[in-house]
Design a protein around this ligand. Structure first.
Ligand code: GAL
Length: 715
């Protein structure tokens, strides 16, 4: 009898798909979870295993469940879940991971799939995060470790209450092949899934809630925000030491050096063991570098060489397929994770290595394990692909955390939930403009991205790239193949050095902005679209290009977007200039803006044209900005080392900033061992600007010796 009932229910479900409104449960302030069907027992949040940073939510406005929640519909058919989230006409969408060419995602069809970026924003990317933010001030996250298909406002239902109106292409010039669609549809290849809604009220609040929900943003060690060089892949210990000395002799800052594949005895696949010819005394080498205040970071991929000491032990807990003939640790299995981390600890971390660059955890398809691969844990190849980079970040972060030591490294794939892991994405693609668009998009998705500089055809390109990497999460020269030095282009050496030094001088600002990322979820590098005083409708025009019908009979409505300027921290608007450009336009949000270098007024809520010359990357500063600088140092200050501050104020408005401080190296900040100092700039009785800075609370970190003030606009 019982089995007949079950059979009956099953038949019903197959014939009539389950279609249901979601039931929402509040899980944090302004965050609601809905469940449809039976979610799989392996999700993105399961893999990252981080807890929300609860305290951070207390500084966000109180909000109620967004109205659209009632209209979200989930249905299950053929073992797949279909989510339908309504859209309004005046709405734009951002996010869906690390896109390189577009900021506006409305109208896109994306297959969210971890991969090396292949030159098209089609969902295949290093961090295909299934989270999006609406310009109307809410966000949606689908907690699935599957390849998801997203119709981000593409496809119109015939029974939609807000259906587009049919147009006649023969006569109507406004006809477009992409009529308005009133929903985002997401196809999840599983018979159930968790979905989260994040409330605003502003898009920035949504992003903050998302980052806080995923543990808060990463807080790198202070040295991570200095300058980093990745040396040529075949360098020996002696060559690396010589290069570090050359940096010092020439007065270039350097905080950590990355060793590329040649440090290992075998690479592609990897042994994780030192090459004894190039590095005869690894411990001595690492110690010597640490004595010079330079940390060592190691490149690796996780694919195990048959010649590695851990190959045999790893074999039973690795996947069915190989990558470059190396076995693939099944990271969903605790034993595989332990074997790998023991090896890393023993060979690298115990002798003082500071972190990793974890390569090739993304793709390409032609060498990474195929989707038919199997893993002893029973996880699907697809699930492993979506989470492999997150696993590597999690286990290395934990390894350092157990030693109460912060790390900062590089990773080539990530996903939702990894927000608090101290890793920066990078890749082999090298389009300067697209690198900037990726930097903008990273801020919507809880990931960090570096527009690394590798080599250039001309001195102009070299300088232009260098100027942007200095205003990014990781100021990195990746000379792994070219061996290029910062001074390789003598024509621009002076300017390059000036920017390398500027990076260091701004360390108190960068460090505070990362602390805000951690404690408040505010991304340090982000789109202008998240700024107050800016709405996408202000500047965006939609247009159809009626050019050649024969070439393209399906002309689409395209919305123009801003994808070449971004915010760096609270106050700075960075507008990179690209090779060949003599001038460019910059869109300023509402409010008075000032030139970073001179303090002069530049505009308010308008588009301006600038021609900065080769020496300068245009940077603009908000009215009332307070930017803490320190003296030029070659290495980040060590725990407890005192620095001198130069506090700059821009514009005419009063200023207020909270300067963050801690030891810069450990996790003691999680136990409250940090300080926020209030910086205030106000007018005195005579109307002159005056600055004050509060003392650090008693017993809390206090690393400031002297303070000087610089009023950039009112000199
Ligand atoms: C690439 C990586 C480069 C460099 C190189 C070394 O895959 O993206 O940055 O590390 O490997 O072989």
């Amino acid at each position: 009898m019982k089995s007949r009932i079950i059979l009956g229910i099953l038949t019903f479900c197959i014939l009539f798909p389950v279609r249901a409104q979601m039931v929402w449960k509040q899980v944090e302030a302004g965050v609601w979870k809905g469940v449809i069907g039976t979610p799989e027992d392996y999700s993105l949040l399961d893999v990252s295993a981080v807890a929300p940073l609860k305290e951070g939510f207390t500084r966000l406005p109180e909000v109620s469940l967004p109205d659209l929640a009632d209209e979200i519909i989930g249905s299950i058919q053929d073992g797949r879940t279909n989510l339908r989230i309504p859209l309004q006409k005046n709405e734009q969408l951002y996010g869906f991971g690390l896109n390189f060419q577009t900021v506006h995602q409305r109208g896109k069809i994306l297959n969210l799939h971890v991969d090396h970026y292949g030159g098209k924003d089609n969902g295949r990317t290093h961090a295909p995060v299934p989270f999006y933010v609406s310009s109307l001030g809410y966000g949606v996250f689908v907690n699935s470790a599957r390849y998801l298909t997203v119709y981000a406002g593409s496809g119109a239902r015939k029974d939609s209450p807000d259906a587009p109106i049919a147009k006649d292409r023969n006569t109507d010039k406004t006809w477009a092949a992409n009529p308005y669609s009133d929903a985002v549809s997401i196809l999840v290849p599983a018979s159930g899934v968790e979905i989260y809604i994040f409330a605003g009220p502003t898009p920035m609040d949504v992003v903050r809630r998302y980052n806080l929900f995923c543990g808060g943003g990463a807080l790198p060690p202070r040295w991570g925000l200095g300058f980093t060089l990745r040396t040529h892949r075949m360098y020996t210990a002696g060559q690396v030491e010589k290069e570090a000395d050359e940096f010092e002799r020439r007065g270039y800052p350097l905080d950590f050096i990355g060793l590329e594949p040649g440090w290992q005895s075998k690479a592609y696949p990897c042994s994780f063991e030192w090459d004894k010819k190039r590095y005869p005394d690894p411990a001595g080498f690492v110690r010597k570098m640490l004595d010079k205040n330079i940390r060592i970071n190691l490149w690796t991929n996780p694919y195990v060489s048959p010649e590695s000491g851990v190959y045999k032990e790893m074999y039973p807990v690795s996947g069915s397929h190989t990558v470059w003939c190396g076995i693939v640790p099944d990271l969903a299995d605790g034993k595989a994770r332990r074997i790998l981390m023991d090896k890393f600890e023993q060979e690298h971390v115990n002798i003082g290595v500071s972190g990793y660059k974890i390569d090739e955890v993304d793709g390409y398809d032609r060498w990474i394990w195929p989707d038919v691969a199997t893993f002893p844990s029973g996880k699907a190849a697809e699930q492993m692909r979506q989470t492999y980079g997150v696993w590597m970040q999690r286990i290395t972060t934990d390894m350092y955390k157990e030693r109460n030591q912060r790390t900062f490294g590089l990773i080539r794939s990530s996903n939702a939930g990894a927000n608090s892991f101290p890793y920066v994405l990078y890749n082999d693609y090298y389009n300067h403009r697209d690198f900037i668009t990726a930097l903008i998009n990273s801020g919507f998705s809880g990931v960090l991205w570096t527009p690394e500089v590798r080599n250039s055809k001309t001195a102009e390109e070299w300088l232009r790239r260098f100027q942007t990497v200095v205003f990014s999460p990781m100021a990195m020269l990746d000379a792994w193949a070219s061996g290029t030095k910062p001074w390789s282009f003598p024509e621009v050496e002076k300017q390059i050095k000036e920017y390398a030094v500027l990076r260091m001088r701004m360390m108190p600002y960068w460090y505070t902005e990362f602390a805000r990322y951690h404690f408040d979820g505010i991304p340090p590098f982000r789109a202008i679209n998240l700024e107050q005083g800016f709405t996408w409708k202000q500047t965006v025009k939609t247009e159809i290009k009626h050019s050649d019908l024969e070439k393209n009979p399906y002309q689409e409505m395209v919305s123009k977007e801003i994808k070449d300027q971004y915010m760096a921290g609270e106050y700075l608007l960075v507008a990179p200039v690209f090779t060949g450009q003599k001038e460019r336009t910059v869109v300023l949000p509402k409010g008075n803006w000032y030139d970073f270098y001179t303090g002069e007024y530049v505009g308010n809520g308008e588009s301006i044209t600038v021609s900065p010359g080769l020496d300068r990357i245009p940077v603009f500063v908000k009215d009332g900005a307070v930017i803490p600088f320190m003296e030029a140092m070659l290495h980040a200050p060590k725990a407890g080392e005192k620095i001198n501050l130069e506090i700059r104020h821009y514009g005419k408005a009063d200023g207020a900033y909270r300067l963050y401080d801690d030891d810069g190296e450990t996790f003691d900040y999680e136990k409250g061992v940090y300080s926020w100092r209030d910086i205030k700039v106000k007018r005195d009785k005579k109307g002159r600007l005056r600055g004050t800075i509060s003392k650090a609370e008693k017993g809390k970190p206090d690393n400031i010796a002297n303070v000087t003030w610089k009023f950039m606009t009112e000199k």
